[in-house]
Write a protein that binds this ligand. Structure first.
Ligand SMILES: C[S@@+](CC[C@H](N)C(=O)[O-])C[C@H]1O[C@@H](n2cnc3c(N)ncnc32)[C@H](O)[C@@H]1O
Length: 272
């Protein structure tokens, strides 16, 4: 009898916590971003579809189990991801490709807190150089208001703090500028590995891609973040790039991630 009473008490306690929490999330709590995310999750459980994210995907998908979870030894630095970072699986894929390619020059568009740049440094040889670009602090307020910009993650983290005080910091050069107007000329045809993860509108990802391809050395690797049901601009742009054919027929989307990769077959499959 006492056991039954305990069960009923536990259920009611849980019920009222859930009830009061839900009322808070759907009313006053909506001023917090994390509660707006919860709202979207609840709505999608009940069949709601975000029209901004429902772009169909067209890039062929590859399985990370087959391509990336093999014997490549990688260093995973700062594995726990914050909102705005790549996921743990995405970090593993990026680090694996870096280990296979062994790039000497790397470029990242969108430094954020510096977690990916830190991992790039940890998985490259001592002579490697990593360049990572983000908005200068005085541009951040402006960028948060720019409809073509990327309000969500701009200014949410101290740019590059994860590598600044680490022993890897000396391999990393922090660049400041808006990627739409930054002078990429000095880096032309000199990069072995590029990660595109700055502003996510169609026009930004398109111009970031043009600059990345100009910077790429022959045989280099490019990775884009936020493809597929996440950012419409990235998805539409990469679908179009794939449709242009030629080397872009090699674009591959990694299952369980938002990463799209442009790499030669032997780097992708590690069957060199
Ligand atoms: C999603 S975060 C990047 C996350 C990071 N690559 C990582 O893996 O942890 C996007 C970053 O792009 C930066 N950004 C947004 N618009 C930009 C622009 N126009 N030029 C350069 N950086 C920009 C933001 O300030 C933000 O730090």
């Amino acid at each position: 009898m006492a056991e039954k009473g305990q069960k009923i008490y536990t259920f009611l306690d849980k019920y009222f916590h859930a009830f009061l929490g839900s009322v808070y999330v759907l009313t006053l709590g909506l001023i917090q971003g994390k509660n707006r995310t919860r709202l979207a999750k609840i709505a999608s459980e009940f069949g709601w579809k975000d029209p901004r994210r429902s772009e169909p995907t067209r890039i062929p998908i590859i399985d990370p189990m087959q391509y990336f979870l093999g014997d490549d030894p990688v260093y995973m630095r700062d594995p726990i991801s914050d909102d705005g970072n790549v996921s743990l699986l995405e970090l593993l894929v990026i680090n694996t490709l870096i280990k296979r390619k062994n790039p000497v020059t790397l470029f990242e568009v969108g430094t954020f807190d510096g977690r990916t740049a830190l991992n790039m440094a940890a998985n490259t040889s001592p002579d490697a150089k990593i360049y990572t670009l983000d908005l200068p602090s005085e541009k951040i307020v402006e960028a948060r208001q720019n409809p073509l910009g990327d309000a969500k993650f701009v200014g949410k983290a101290l740019i590059g703090y994860k590598f600044k005080n680490s022993s890897y910091g000396k391999k990393i050069t922090q660049l400041e500028g808006d990627s739409a107007t930054f002078n990429f000329k000095p880096y032309e045809k000199s990069m072995d590995f590029i990660f595109v993860d700055g502003a996510h509108s169609y026009s930004y990802v398109s111009s970031d891609t043009t600059h990345s391809l100009d910077m790429l050395r022959e045989g280099g690797v490019v990775i884009w973040h936020d493809y597929g049901h996440i950012c419409r601009g990235v998805t539409v742009f990469l679908n179009e790039l794939y449709a242009t054919g030629g080397i872009f027929k090699k674009l591959r989307w990694v299952r369980g991630t938002t990463l799209v990769i442009l790499a030669s077959d032997h780097i992708l499959k590690n069957n060199s």
